[in-house]
Design a protein around this ligand. Sequence first.
Ligand SMILES: *Cc1c(COP(=O)(O)O)cnc(C)c1O
Length: 365
Amino acid sequence: MSKSSFPIYNFNAGPAMLPKEVMEMAQSEFLDYKGSGMSLMEMSHRSPEFDQILEQAIADLKELLDIPNDYSVVFFPGGATLQFSAVALNLLDETESADYSLTGVWSVKAYQEAKRFAPNVKIVFDGKDKNYHSIQELKDSDLNPGSKFLYITSNNTIYGSRYPAFPQVSLPIVADMTSDILSRKLDISRFGAIFAGAQKNIGPSGLTVLIVRNSLLRENSRTIPTLLNWKLMAENNSLYNTPPTYPIYLAGLVFSWLKKKGGIAVMERENEAKAKLLYDFLDASEAYTVPVPKPIRSIMNAVFHLKNQEWENEFVKLSEARGLIGLKGHRSAGGFRASIYNAMPKAGVEALIEFLIDFEKSKLG
Ligand SMILES: *Cc1c(COP(=O)(O)O)cnc(C)c1O
């Protein structure tokens, strides 16, 4: 039983809500996976059952994102943050360099981590002075000679901004897509590598998906921890050691749910419609403001402020009483944030807007 008499909608940035159908499927198979008498959680990662799950998950992700044949899909344990180190260790030696575009805390952390292993990495854009509410469209002429790749965060979870279109550059782009993978159509061939922590749009936290162009999987001269070695992990089909089997199973269920819904084009339309509904309301209201310029607004994380900061505590209390969970903004950004990933139904956004209307009326009449 939930505490509230309203349906619960979880607007947390991550771990985020998963599709109800996926949770119900997992529940129905929890104790007895397809007549085996065992939970999938108890099964060997070398069993035919898990083999089938892994193969299907990879095949479905390839189909959903239209991933070209010269790319590998690899699952890693550890969150997206572990890949901040892996990016530098796999793609750079100690002397080589890459260009980092800093559009928020996650790209700053990725840059700082890369610098520990490849001290020559450079910053090509830094949005800090504008509170990360600005993103530069980068071109070849903005990049440094000799750089191996351009690193970006596609969607800035904390600030509610995103690259509306990806940089038109000839270097491979390496992208952290943790908070918007599978939410919009992508031309994978523009990217050298994409990684995403699972807990926002894919599945449980602690699992990370890597999509990497095979030509970037090189024999590296430097020492890399085995479990961060992209080439080795790809060659072992994510099975060098015991992978996070249950999270991979749940990710597979999410991929198959996305296919049933009609794929990424359908998801993108739904996501755009949900985001438009919310932003249009916020822009027209007297009580709320959106600090992010329209062209770079995220369709996954909608950040907004109350016109009067003194209302904030009351807003949190009342929204929770209405079953609307996790609206408080990130501690470093303040204000509020509604994370409306793939799994958030339109009804959740509508329930949020109803609450916002009632709250506004209670304050401004
Ligand atoms: C949440 C998030 C991360 C951190 O993911 P962990 O799995 O906690 O390491 C990294 N990058 C982006 C863009 C995120 O939204």
